[in-house]
Design a protein around this ligand. Structure first.
Ligand code: SAM
Length: 429
């Protein structure tokens, strides 16, 4: 791996006698980790059933573990949302969020969703989480990850930070800014980050982060927290960025700052700083405007009574295109941002028939009366789009790997038709 000369010079200046150890860390393969999704399974239970060898725990959280597996994302348990593949040092950001993730949380730069899904697991369905990603294509990936992990109290939106700043002044208890950065900690994982690196790009990133942080600061409620992170080592984007921010925003103070290097931590490196807004107001917002459609709701209720042993409860909104969502209690109106999902998508009502959504299986499929429990091999066939034989009554069923839902199926005379969305199918095993 050929690292940029100017980067090496800067790192040598920064690290002094630790520089050789830093450089030597590039000889080793990148560290890989998974984080068990405790919304679906306890860390202990997952560790007991793990489909590939697990390494040591990452930090204090039993849900975070090192793995050596080449493709941890290709396992049926991954499709069932039992874990998220995450770079180990990125998990440290979630660790800092753990103390302050109550109430209303905004993840401002959220795709593909590593930190969103970490924080959602910590929130355990309490409070509300707004996950924003400015790039709409990336927001769709974020939305898929939120769905796979079965998160019910989250809205996924796409807006520019200044739009959210204007719409949500002094509103959130925790705002995470996992900023776009020069990615010096990504060189091993994504080699195309190397040619993109330059001192000019570090300066450009720092200027952009400054703007994002100023917007984010406006959305923090009195007494709330702002958590900033990058996967780079440049001071301009890390320590100096925070120093500068505190000068511009005297109402904030530093609670904790962490810098992880690949020679001091078994990960690729990260920076995070937790800040607190000392005082100030906390503003309210109007609730999410629920659009009632009595016929559609009736159709869902009829489906739910047959399908679930305990149907999920809450306010249902039906969009103009017939898609229905179970809106999390306390979700504010989200006007001004493109909305990709709010709460759990229940299904679609075309005026005649209700068709359940994949998201419903991922969030609440465990409560289904009719479940097709497949072996891991059987699950791979379902994930490739195949039908399955089942001794079940006719009707919709949750198709599971063991007891963990993978998606919907419809049983007709002993054959379960595959309703896994085409875009989510496993291409290779
Ligand atoms: N938090 C994510 C996770 O844990 O999976 C990773 C976020 S990544 C480091 C930064 C994100 O910021 C990218 O998805 C990128 O599209 C987004 N971004 C880029 N420019 C931005 C801007 N000007 N304002 C807000 N977000 C931006």
């Amino acid at each position: 791996m050929k690292l940029p000369e100017a980067f090496l010079r800067r790192m040598k200046e920064r690290l002094g006698e630790d520089f050789p150890a830093f450089l030597a860390s590039y000889e080793a393969p990148p560290h890989k980790g998974i984080r068990v999704n405790t919304l679906k399974i306890s860390a202990e239970e997952f560790i007991r059933r793990a489909p590939f060898p697990l390494g040591e725990r990452i930090g204090d959280d039993p849900a975070c573990v090192y793995v050596g597996e080449e493709k941890p994302g290709a396992d049926p348990y991954h499709f069932a949302g039992l874990y998220y593949v995450q770079e180990p040092s990125a998990m440290k950001v979630g660790e800092l969020a753990a103390a302050c993730n109550k109430g209303r949380v905004l993840d401002l730069c959220a795709a593909p969703g590593g930190k969103t899904t970490h924080i959602a697991a910590q929130m355990a369905g309490e409070g509300i989480l707004v996950a924003n990603e400015v790039n709409y294509t990336r927001a769709k990936i974020l939305s898929q990850n939120v769905e796979r992990m079965g998160i019910a109290n989250c809205a996924v939106v796409s807006a520019k930070p200044d739009t959210l700043a204007a719409r949500f002044p002094s509103y959130f208890d925790l705002v995470l800014v996992d900023a776009p950065c020069s990615g010096e900690g990504m060189f091993k994982k994504e080699e195309n980050a190397i040619p993109e690196w330059s001192e000019e790009n570090v300066a450009r990133c720092a200027a952009r982060q400054r703007g994002i942080l100023d917007d984010a600061a406006q959305t923090v409620a009195g007494g709330g927290r702002l958590l900033y992170s990058t996967c780079t080592f440049a001071e301009e984007e890390d320590e100096w960025q925070i120093e500068d921010f505190l000068k511009r925003h005297p109402g904030f103070s530093l609670v904790e700052m962490r810098k992880l290097y690949p020679h001091t931590f078994r990960g690729e490196g990260h920076f995070c700083a937790l800040l607190q807004r000392e005082n100030g107001e906390t503003l309210r917002k109007k609730p999410f405007p629920v659009q009632k459609n009595t016929q559609a709701e009736r159709a869902f209720c009829a489906f739910a009574e047959d399908f679930f042993s305990a149907p999920p409860a809450g306010e249902i909104t039906t969009l103009a295109d017939g898609r229905m969502y179970l809106v999390p209690a306390g979700m504010p109106e989200l006007t001004g941002a493109s909305l990709l999902r709010v709460g759990v998508e229940l299904g679609e009502w075309d005026g005649r028939v209700f068709r359940p959504a994949h998201a419903l299986a991922m969030a609440y499929g465990g409560r289904a009366r009719r479940k097709l429990s497949l072996s891991r091999e059987g699950a791979k066939k379902y994930l490739r789009g195949e039908t399955a034989e089942a001794d079940l009554e006719n009707g919709w069923c949750a198709v599971c790997v063991e007891e963990f839902p993978l998606g919907m199926g419809k049983c007709v005379d002993g054959v379960v038709k595959n309703h896994l969305p085409k875009g989510l199918r496993m291409i290779k095993t």
